[in-house]
Design a protein around this ligand. Structure first.
Ligand code: B3K
Ligand code: ZN
Length: 876
């Protein structure tokens, strides 16, 4: 396939200031008439051909300024339209008529049907599946859209912007016109038509304008959109308060559809959502679902300014909108919930998804320099690491200057397509700092490592840190440059209070942050009488790994006393990780793993510490995942030994704290009416993780079965079912609970996704067969992305022992299934295929089998560009 390179960017010769579209909707033959006002840019020769992008299009008519073009005047293929006729006028009107079959569009890009609803997905390059266009984000156009459809089939007709007319047509048809006054790139175009229920509300903006809000869902499910609506109004208020950003249209609509390639899409004034991130009540959604809905509603809404009003010049700049908008939604959730808990959850996600990406064959800079398929770059690196980079900018310039920089960004670039350089420049301008070394975070892939050691001299009162940075090589970047790493730290005294120091030398230290810029720094603090405990990377100020020689005593001390909540969690998590790695080695050496009583005892202390929030305690008690341990080990992974060690630690913690856990579990029973708020969710999380431990003790299955039966909400019910299925697989209790759940929710697809997901997570060699059988279940469908992700995605990405079965059967099933999905939906298949990205860190036997599976995909016939790109980079 073709490789696109950042350095090849140049503006197009033509612009499209206005776009007018008419859709005559029909499942098999939708007619699209596009009337494009085309303008040649100043200084471009009249002989420059106009070349428009298409993708699988059928062209019916092409005309310029009212005259049909002769066959010799243009060249049309399904994927390209070139107007060869010399164009004397520098501004003219191009009319294009195309015909589409939305009902047969299973790739879910462009215009398609989902449960009889017409909807669109255009980012990144789906608009070219609707009409020929300059389908690139730097072409900003003002859209007017007319939709025509039979009224009984599609009473609701929506597009971007504000409503601008509607009425009846012949033979039971009707139409609606929408006008969006804000120039936008084609990827933000959207259309929805069908029979949907509406939840209506309104919002008064900070300047007193009234905005009509609508959330459209499958008829009868309007009540399930209540939480999403609440989250939307809170997001709108928050963006005014935190960033001074006001909404700009008269209406804001959200539509939930059940077939969607990702989470949601920020189309101007008409967000389209995967229904999983809209529909919720206590009976069907877990606390995690509620939190995701809140975050994604906010994320898409925040794109209105970071993405839509200021968009990207080209797709290499994707992180300009995504990293920044993730940062904004993280801050929103932190303000709505608990900042410390939110930060820990973010870091866990970053480490689980972005670190392995950055440390494997698919590593790429936050701003990539080349791509073959842009859809494969909607990655944890662009999103999550992109957000961390914005966070570091705020750490470096300070919160107030950061806000001033954002204000300048909006002022300078509103209405334009911008670059990462533009973004960095505003912060240089408001702060007077040079961010050129810092900008490497955008340009250089790989997770930097800091090796740190410390010495203290009681005689001189000097405390010295030796810090060394390194960035490991990544594909096509073998030599790395030195980065600017803002490392927040604290010197913690024996009383838990910060240790005062008189001065420092060897690096710039500002507000508790060491600015690491060179390969090596010796930072010497003077006036430090007693040896402090060293708290590093507080708040996770930089997305790096640390190699620190630290005494276990210090870690234990910090786990109990660090005033920075994140670092306190980190200290305990590091102790757990170290114990799990030691256990892994013991198991491989044929020994029984053993665990220190002070470690299992500390788990009990944290669980019972009433000064800590329950949600925080729940997070602390969640052992590092099998994949986390694998990542920290780095090579020669045997997932079975990791699993065994982790089980042993869980049992040791449960055994050492049985009475305390059991009492606390009883005390946490919630008798109040359900509320999805963070504090209530935190109590449920703590109680449910205690159940997980208690289920490992005698009568554990009976306890979990009781928890399942007596649950009054989905959070508790799903938690109990997970414990039964994973810890007591095959027990009568597990079998019964799975059957009860299935019978109760058979008709609720989103709840059945949890049922698929739980069964796909069952550890051990038999799950691959179970998953294969479940692909034949009536509620399963290879055509629906949510179903595929729940069953196949969970199995491949979240079931270490099942997927990595030693005989390779998990990989074979996976390769087969990826190819099956690919026939319909290349994008979902490509995403699924990334599950094998860390194959080189497996032990040699599994490595060979994983490679065979990857090769069997690579050698398949007619491979899509999406899947080929992932598989070839993974094997390279
Ligand atoms: N911008 C969309 C993602 C589009 C993915 C295209 N393959 C959702 C989001 O990040 O808000
Ligand atoms: Zn986004």
């Amino acid at each position: 396939g073709q490789v696109f390179r950042l350095e090849d960017y140049r503006p197009n010769d033509y612009l499209i200031p206005q776009t007018s579209l008419t859709f005559r909707l029909s499942p098999e033959a939708t007619r699209v008439t596009a009337v494009l006002t085309i303008e040649r840019r100043d200084g471009v020769a009249a002989s420059a051909p106009l070349v428009l992008d298409g993708d699988g299009l059928t062209l019916l008519r092409v005309a310029i300024d009212g005259r049909d073009l002769a066959p010799a005047d243009f060249l049309a293929t399904p994927d390209l339209l070139t107007i060869v006729k010399p164009l004397a006028a520098s501004r003219f009107q191009l009319v294009l008529e195309t015909e589409l079959a939305p009902a047969r569009n299973e790739a879910l890009m462009g215009l398609y049907r989902s449960s009889n609803v017409y909807c669109t997905q255009c980012e990144a390059e789906g608009f070219r599946r609707i009409t020929y266009f300059l389908d690139r984000p730097d072409i900003l156009s003002v859209y007017t859209v007319r939709i025509e459809a039979p009224r009984h089939e599609a009473p609701l007709l929506l597009s971007n912007g504000n409503p601008a007319g509607s009425g009846d047509l012949d033979e039971g048809w009707h139409y609606a016109v929408w006008h969006d006054p804000f120039p936008k790139p084609s990827y933000l175009f959207a259309l929805v038509a069908g029979a949907l229920g509406k939840l209506a509300d309104s919002f008064t903006t900070m300047s007193g304008r009234e905005v009509e809000l609508g959330i459209y869902v499958e008829p009868g499910k309007e009540k399930l959109a209540g939480y999403a609506m609440d989250a939307l109004k809170r997001s709108m208020r928050w963006d005014e308060e935190a960033f001074g950003r006001e909404y700009d249209l008269d209406v804001f609509n959200i539509v939930a559809v059940s077939d969607f390639n990702m989470g949601a899409m920020e189309n101007k004034g008409l967000n389209i959502f995967n229904d999983k991130y809209v529909l919720a009540d206590e009976e069907t959604a877990t606390d995690a679902d509620f939190a995701n809905i809140e975050a994604i509603i906010a994320h898409e809404y925040f794109h209105n300014w970071t993405g839509n009003r200021i968009t990207c010049r080209d797709w290499f700049q994707l992180c300009l909108k995504e990293g920044l908008t993730v940062f904004r939604d993280h801050e929103f959730s932190a303000d709505q919930r608990s900042r410390a808990v939110k930060r820990i959850a973010e870091v866990r996600t970053l480490r689980a998804h972005q670190f392995p990406e950055d440390q494997g064959p698919l590593a790429h800079p936050v701003r990539p320099r080349r791509y073959r398929e842009i859809n494969n770059f909607y990655t944890a690196t662009v999103y999550e690491k992109g957000s961390e980079v914005v966070r570091m900018i705020r750490t470096i310039v300070g919160a107030e200057t950061f806000r001033a920089g954002m204000d300048l960004y909006f002022e300078r670039h509103d209405g334009h397509a911008a670059t990462i350089e533009d973004f960095i420049k505003v912060f240089e301008d408001v702060s007077g700092r040079d961010l050129s070394q810092f900008s490497l975070w955008y340009h250089q892939a790989g997770t930097p490592n800091l090796t740190i050691s410390s010495t203290h001299s009681p005689a001189s009162g000097e405390f010295t840190l030796e810090i060394e940075q390194s960035v490991p090589p990544t594909p096509s970047e073998s030599r790395k440059r030195l980065m600017h790493i803002p490392l927040a730290f604290g010197l913690v005294g024996v009383d838990g209070k910060p240790v005062a120091y008189r001065g420092f030398e060897g690096a710039s230290v500002e507000n508790g942050v060491i600015h690491i810029r060179k390969r090596r720094h010796m930072v010497r603090f003077s006036g430090v009488a007693e040896r402090p405990s060293l708290s590093l990377n507080r708040g996770f100020s930089a997305p790096v790994t640390l190699s620190v020689e630290q005494k276990a005593d210090d870690q234990f001390f910090l786990a109990g006393h660090d005033s920075d909540a994140f670092s306190r969690w980190q200290a305990f998590n590091t102790l757990l990780t170290d114990a799990l790695i030691a256990a892994f080695r013991q198991i491989l050496g044929g020994e029984q793993p053993g665990f220190a009583a002070r470690l299992t005892g500390l788990a009990g202390k944290i669980a019972g510490d009433e000064t800590l929030e329950p949600a925080y305690r729940a997070l602390a008690l969640a052992l590092p995942g099998e994949a986390d341990i694998a990542r920290d080990l780095g090579k020669n992974i045997d997932p079975d030994a990791i699993f065994e060690g982790r089980e042993a630690l869980a049992r040791a913690i449960a055994g050492a704290n049985r009475e305390m856990f059991s009492e606390l579990y009883d005390r946490l029973v919630d008798t109040d009416a359900f509320s999805p708020d963070a504090a209530s969710a935190g109590r449920r999380a703590l109680r449910n993780i205690l159940l997980d431990y208690l289920s490992l003790l005698p009568k554990g299955a009976a306890l979990a079965a009781w928890h399942f039966q007596s649950a009054t909400n989905m959070t508790d019910r799903a938690a109990a079912l997970t414990v039964l299925a994973l810890r007591h697989s095959g027990s009568p209790e597990a079998v019964k609970a799975l059957a009860d759940f299935e019978a109760k929710y058979a008709r609720d697809a989103l709840v059945m996704d949890k049922w698929f997901q739980i069964q796909a997570s069952v550890p051990g060699p038999r799950t691959v067969e179970a998953v294969r059988v479940l692909t034949g279940h009536p509620a399963f469908s290879m055509a629906n992305p949510n179903r595929v992700r729940s069953l196949i995605g969970t199995f491949a990405s979240a079931n270490q022992t099942g997927f990595h079965r030693a005989d390779g059967e998990g990989y074979r099933f996976f390769a087969e299934t990826v190819l099956q999905v690919e026939k319909r939906n290349p994008q979902v298949a490509a995403r699924l295929a990334t599950a094998l990205r860390s194959w080189r860190s497996l032990e040699p036997g599994r490595q060979a089998k994983a490679r065979e599976a990857l090769l069997s995909i690579a050698n398949a016939e007619n491979l899509s560009a999406d899947l080929r790109d992932i598989v070839e980079r993974t094997l390279a």
